[in-house]
Design a protein. Structure first.
Length: 275
């Protein structure tokens, strides 16, 4: 993000003093703690006169839901306001929240992104994974359609690649169950990776760190138990997983090392070689 967005005329400003958004841990333990932490971060942005760009789907949904709940509940708003006052902060509910996909597609636009591509990702077939909290709950006005999300697909196509449809596109990555149901989490992620592998798709693309951690960071764990999960001996899944902004940077002609690609744990080398 820090490498590619400034080249698209987006000014990134750090917000000192921010913390976890409170989701998902606090949402199941203390809703007040969750709303307080989310409101606190938004209050810091308001104090600095900044819009907010949460890089994580979970954080984005946390801020959007908190903003909605506080606008509907004046008693809760006053309670949290009293707590924030101790830190010389005030939450007014005026902060503008922008999702990564919304920024790239609705504000910057696929056409402008296409205009900065110098190394088109031609002949690559990629699958998009928008992630649950980029599309649900739709009642909160999420960045894309809950049933047929297409914005990330259009952004992939702006890089010169083909965006491939697949039945599990809107399925969860499973990360929300990680602390309670470890094997269930891996099973959910494995089903998606197996489907993509069987369709001959070259890689999976997401913008969410939660989802990326599941598909990229835990792919080796999935392979350790995949035959046991599905009661087969089909072998391992080997699906390269990328952040969209990593591929955008490559298409803009940037060096892989500047895009953190050395930290990806999935087998991305064969895609990098083709690019």
């Amino acid at each position: 993000m820090r490498e590619v967005l400034p080249r698209l005329d987006v000014e990134l400003v750090d917000m000192p003093g921010t913390s976890c958004c409170g989701f998902p841990a606090f949402s199941s333990i203390s809703s007040l703690g969750w709303y307080y932490l989310s409101a606190r971060n938004m209050a810091i942005a308001e104090k600095l006169g900044l819009d907010m760009l949460p890089l994580c789907n979970g954080c984005y949904q946390s801020f959007v839901e908190t903003k909605h709940v506080l606008s509907e509940n004046s008693d809760l708003m006053n309670l949290i306001g009293a707590k924030l006052e101790k830190e010389n902060l005030e939450y007014r509910g005026t902060v503008k929240l922008t999702h990564v996909i919304e920024l790239l597609y609705d504000i910057i636009g696929a056409r402008k992104i296409g205009s900065v591509v110098v190394n088109p990702l031609e002949k690559l077939k990629l699958a998009s994974h928008p992630g649950c909290h980029a599309i649900r709950p739709s009642s909160l006005g999420m960045p894309d359609d809950a049933e047929h999300p297409r914005k990330l697909d259009y952004l992939i196509e702006a890089l010169g690649a083909d965006s491939m449809d697949y039945p599990e596109k809107t399925d969860c990555c499973g990360s929300m169950l990680a602390t309670a149901k470890g094997q269930t989490t891996l099973t959910i992620a494995a089903e998606k990776l197996r489907s993509i592998g069987e369709l001959g798709i070259d890689g999976l693309v997401t913008t969410c760190p939660f989802c990326f951690q599941m598909f990229d960071g835990r792919q080796s764990e999935i392979n350790d138990i995949i035959d046991f999960i599905f009661e087969t001996d089909d072998g391992e899944v080997e699906v390269p997983v990328f952040y969209y902004t990593q591929l955008l940077g490559l298409a803009m002609g940037m060096e892989p090392g500047r895009l953190g690609l050395d930290l990806n744990k999935s087998p991305i080398e064969r895609v990098l070689d083709r690019i």
